[in-house]
Design a protein around this ligand. Structure first.
Ligand SMILES: O=C(O)CCC(=O)C(=O)O
Length: 231
């Protein structure tokens, strides 16, 4: 696997709107770039078109078994992103707080983590463990995710691995505490981010998506999978 670690100029030109993604199209290979932004490792174009399509099909099966739902924050506000999970645990949120649960809010067990998602974990995580949750986020037109830390897991030495599929998403990376300067990067379909090490608790969020920028999902939108060791 070619992993050319590129310098800051690549990062700047990515921000100026040049397209480094493979847009989810079959047969189009882009050179793999690995960026490090505030400790987050961003693998541009890690997944080719057929790998992306296989993941979308696996997500479609998971969503059939455990439908997407709109979680409420503990403060009673509906989140803009719809979610479900696969694995032994799924992430839920309601008036009782943010937490992992063995059951979907409708009562069923979560489906198994798709093999194609486990393969991504094995390629990039450098972990001896397997993820116990694959959180599936769906961003419809206008959806966003506020700045937050991922801190409902027990062992912060384990990374969170994020897979982007479908429309581009503007991913913002902050600091270990709320506030301060931030840096943003457009995540394209097939990009994978490893949030680990000293950056494991860095604040991050998604400001917006470019609805309709990818043809991977028939009706547009963005899927994000995050693989997590929970306990
Ligand atoms: O959608 C993304 O790229 C990030 C998702 C995320 O931050 C999360 O699920 O905690």
């Amino acid at each position: 696997m070619l992993q050319a670690l590129r310098d800051h100029s690549f990062w700047e030109s990515a921000m100026s709107g040049r397209n480094f993604s493979n847009s989810g199209e079959k047969g189009v290979k882009s050179a793999l770039e690995k960026l490090n932004i505030r400790g987050f490792e961003v693998y541009k174009g890690l997944l080719d078109g057929s790998e992306q399509s296989a993941l979308v099909e696996a997500v479609r099966c998971a969503v059939q078994a455990a439908p997407l739902f709109s979680p409420m924050t503990p403060y009673g506000k509906p989140m803009r992103v719809r979610m479900t999970s696969a694995g032994r645990f799924g992430w839920v949120s309601d008036h009782a707080g943010y937490r992992y649960s063995k059951r979907h809010p409708q009562g069923m067990a979560w489906p198994e983590i798709p093999a194609a998602a486990l393969q991504v974990w094995q390629r990039v995580s450098e972990s001896q463990r397997l993820p116990e949750c694959c959180l599936i986020n769906f961003y419809a037109e206008g959806a966003r995710m506020g700045m937050h830390q991922d801190r409902d897991e027990v062992d912060f030495s384990q990374p969170v691995v994020s897979v982007s599929l479908g429309d581009d998403g503007l991913f913002r990376i902050g600091n270990l505490e709320r506030g301060g300067s931030t840096e943003s990067i457009w995540l394209n379909s097939g990009d994978v981010v490893v949030m680990g090490g000293a950056a494991r608790l860095t604040y991050h969020g998604v400001d917006r998506i470019r609805f309709g920028s990818s043809r991977l999902l028939a009706r547009g939108g963005r899927l994000n999978l995050t693989l997590r060791v929970v306990k």
